[in-house]
Design a protein around this ligand. Structure first.
Ligand code: PEP
Length: 262
């Protein structure tokens, strides 16, 4: 069976851009991709603004019929109730949010989110019709102690404990040592771990779902290195942090096919 996976380029804005800046950014990004005749059905582009921007971006995407896809950076494990400061998957779904990051290394490290919390959030996303982008990745110490794939594969396995094998997910392999460091993994390193993650998916969700699941690479992705990752058979896109805040640079990353031979 030949499975084609539409590449996904996802921009994680983290805690940057207020709702007015978000509107200007998304307008400019949409114009830039339109000018370049970007085909959204061949490479999907998604933005993950802070919670406070989501309503504004949703309104803009809807009013102008834009093909950019909306993602959120986190969600609560609960659907409603006395959880001050949390945002539910149900509320995100009402804002036409399609994807939600779960288990980003900054949440794991700064907010002590362990594999159990990540699994409950993946389940909450699925329950509310959102597609979780499950972030996994090893630290530099993990790499030295356990090699490249052991920790990401273990994190992936734990994260799927509460969802059926049929649930749509996206996996983002983000080596922690590459995030925000300017030192991306090599394409070979990314492929090695993404292939191991896909192999784990075969066992966890079956061969068909594993073949259909997109696995992204994240960590210091730029327009100058994106093409090398996307040439790898098991890398189906990128989760982009810093470079997603520069609209021209992000548009170039989305349009990697135009410089894939570079
Ligand atoms: C990220 O935080 O998900 C990320 C990949 O960041 P950067 O691209 O800045 O390394």
């Amino acid at each position: 069976m030949v499975t084609t996976r539409t590449p996904l380029i996802a921009g994680n804005w983290k805690m940057n851009l207020d709702h007015l800046q978000a509107i200007a950014f998304v307008q400019k990004l949409a114009w830039s991709l339109k000018d370049a005749k970007h085909d959204h059905s061949s490479v999907e582009a998604a933005v993950f603004p802070p919670f406070t921007d989501l309503r504004s971006v949703q309104t803009l995407l809807d009013a102008d019929g834009l093909s950019l896809v909306l993602g959120a950076q986190d969600l609560s494990a609960h659907d409603s109730g006395a959880y001050t400061g949390e945002v539910s998957g149900a509320s995100l779904a009402k804002l036409d949010v399609h994807y939600v990051l779960v288990g980003h290394s900054e949440r794991r490290t700064l907010h002590a989110e362990d594999d159990t919390v990540v699994a409950t959030k993946v389940a909450a996303a699925h329950r509310n019709g959102l597609v979780p982008v499950i972030c996994v990745g090893e630290t530099a110490d993990d790499l030295e102690t356990h090699g490249p794939s052991a920790v990401p594969v273990a994190q992936l396995r734990a994260s799927l404990a509460g969802v059926p094998a049929t649930a749509e997910i996206v996996v983002a392999y983000e080596p922690v040592w590459a995030i925000g460091s300017g030192k991306a993994a090599t394409a070979d390193q990314a492929e090695q771990v993404c292939a191991a993650l896909r192999q784990a998916l075969v066992e966890l969700v079956g061969a068909d779902r594993a073949a259909a699941t997109r696995i992204l690479y994240g960590g210091s992705v730029k327009s100058t290195n994106i093409a090398s990752f996307l040439r790898e058979p098991n890398v189906d896109g990128a989760l982009v942090g810093g470079a997603s805040l520069d609209v021209d640079e992000f548009a170039r990353i989305v349009r990697f096919e135009s410089h894939v031979g570079v």
